[in-house]
Design a protein. Structure first.
Length: 188
């Protein structure tokens, strides 16, 4: 991976932004309305974008630790696989409840991924600790929701309040990506 750091940040940031735009359409609007073809289409795009983000984030977060960075990357890919399994289940079963159950359970993996990304941002001398704290809190929200569902309780919706870390992360990735690109271009 020899692209400039700005490229990784921009790819990650814009991929996260695109997911933030399309996910509510597929999961909060189309799925409850029974428009499964829309949900499936959105979910498949999100799966691809999650893998892209996982791979593009690694060169950014590895400065916090390579082993943790690799683990975080693998966990995001595992989460994407969980979402893919939920999506394939929806295709064949046409059962929104089954899709949601599988997806909710895979969000535990996503929560752990975000906690690790938060730790990596905090550990890196090159990356903003404040954003790492927010991303870690977001991960805790997803993990609490997933564990509650796993234990048979209703989803408490903690992540509805802690999601801010993801938003701050993609804004920072895009902003810092353009700032770095300007510096890189000035050096040429």
């Amino acid at each position: 991976m020899n692209a400039p750091q700005s490229t990784y940040r921009l790819i990650s940031g814009f991929s996260l932004l695109l997911m933030a735009i399309i996910s509510p359409i597929g999961f909060l609007v189309a799925l409850p309305a029974g428009h499964f073809e829309v949900t499936v289409s959105v979910a498949l795009v999100v799966v691809v974008l999650d893998v892209i983000v996982a791979l593009a984030m690694y060169p950014i977060i590895e400065s916090g630790g390579r082993i943790l960075g690799t683990t975080a990357t693998v966990l995001r890919c595992a989460y994407a696989l969980g979402l893919l399994i939920a999506t394939v289940t929806l295709i064949f079963s046409q059962d929104a409840s089954r899709f949601t159950t599988i997806w909710d359970q895979s969000l535990a993996i996503f929560g752990i991924h975000l906690i690790l990304v938060g730790v990596l941002l905090c550990l890196s001398p090159k990356l903003p600790t404040f954003i790492g704290i927010l991303v870690g809190i977001t991960g805790i929200g997803y993990l609490v929701d997933a564990v509650a569902v796993f234990l048979g309780a209703e989803n408490p919706g903690v992540s509805k309040f802690t999601f801010v870390g993801e938003v701050v992360l993609f804004i920072w990735l895009i902003y810092s990506g353009f700032a770095l690109r300007n510096k890189e271009n000035a050096m040429l």
